[in-house]
Design a protein around this ligand. Sequence first.
Ligand code: ADP
Length: 163
Amino acid sequence: MTIALYPGSFDPVTFGHLDIATRAAAVFDEVVMGVFHTPQKNLLFTTEERVELIRKAVKNMPNIRVDYYEGMTVDFARRLGAKVIVRGLRMSPDFEREFEMALMNKKQAPEIEVMCMMASVQYQFLSSSLMKDAARYGGYIDDLVPSHVAEALRAKLAAPRKK
Ligand code: ADP
């Protein structure tokens, strides 16, 4: 049984992430979407919220499960027994960063392969951060994220931010 870990911040999950997860689930026996608990990013959603939003989105996909982790991605992959780390590659912004991260992961865990899947054409320019900016100013995001994520975004952005 080949388990693949698909790690990310997923703040929040978009159709671009779900496209990669679904395509990976057609290749591997099990895909674990691993929500990174403390990325060096200014997050909008808590870890529990990010996990819940993904769980709801993949509830009809039997071989995708969701969990969160702290520390190194390769250590989480080892704990899961995952042989593969899956990442998504968009046209311009991702390549150098993913290359660097893949080499570092390979150094830490030579037995784990990093496999990148090309983003589908309709999601090439979709990022959680840009989508959040659009949502913040009342922009149209309904074809970028599942409806429960759009609702969560509207609720979160309407509420005063906690310090
Ligand atoms: P991270 O902080 O780890 O980059 P993200 O949640 O931003 O986490 O992204 C997780 C993974 O999904 C990364 O490999 C990223 O390149 C990929 N990804 C992000 N947006 C898209 C998209 N629109 N299409 C395909 N892959 C994507």
